[in-house]
Design a protein around this ligand. Sequence first.
Ligand SMILES: [Zn+2]
Length: 301
Amino acid sequence: MLRNSLFKNKSLFLETWVQNGILLVAQLVNKEGQLLTYNDFIALYNFPISVQEFSVVLGAIPSGTLMLYKNTDSSISTSVTLPDPAESPIGRICFSQELGNSNKRIRSLFQEDVVSLPYVISYWNRYVPDIKWKTVWMIPHKYLIVNKVKDVSFKILHKCYPASHYMVKFKRDINTNCTFCGDHPETVTHLFWYCSFTQRFWKEFSRFVIVHILREFSLRWENVLFCFFKFPKKNDKCFFMINLLILLAKFFIHKCKFTNKTPFFCHFFKDVEMYIQSISDSTNKKALKTIYICEFLRVFF
Ligand SMILES: [Zn+2]
């Protein structure tokens, strides 16, 4: 938006521009993502402004913003109408006659999509029966793992993981195809489960578990999402290890996405070995338990 443009560190607001529907940076760049010249601008918008005013506005656009338009097809209509503020979700709260704590209602508006617990819980309950939520929330806290590992699982569960498809909300012309295969829209389910590359990863993952940890093992998308929260007591050591591997695997897939790498199981295995190595001297209770179980199962040593 043009409102992010600064002139002498002040936000620019030029009424004539707003009245003429010039609100977006995208309206000031050509198809190649370059800024319009003064003559282009006058020819396109047909409203009189001075060269000086024109160069003040264009000079005020942050270079970071301009970069977003480089080499993208930013064809956009020449006039944009402002939505009626009273019709926006916030407007409906602020301009309504209803009494009550509007701050609280505005805050809940922002939380609804991202972190509202009841919303997330009822969303998943529709798809998976009998989720033991208390156990699910506790699983990542049983291990000595850094927050960025927990974050990936947390964001997937809270439906705010930044898969490309989700990012369209924030930037319209982003490439939404899967980082791994390039063939399908990159939704969270695709990236972490259905993608052929991820499927191959989980297949090898399962083979490893079957050979080294638990013979009667099979993995479903819901297990990747929530980890295993229901299992026979006699297998608790196995599932302690399997859940750790699932948490680390989700982080590994995430890391591959952001470094543009294919998620190979052999690379993941190396990462896990390094992780186990890194906690093997720790006196932390969670680390001690993990090391004890690795020794018990004879894995990663
Ligand atoms: Zn894919």
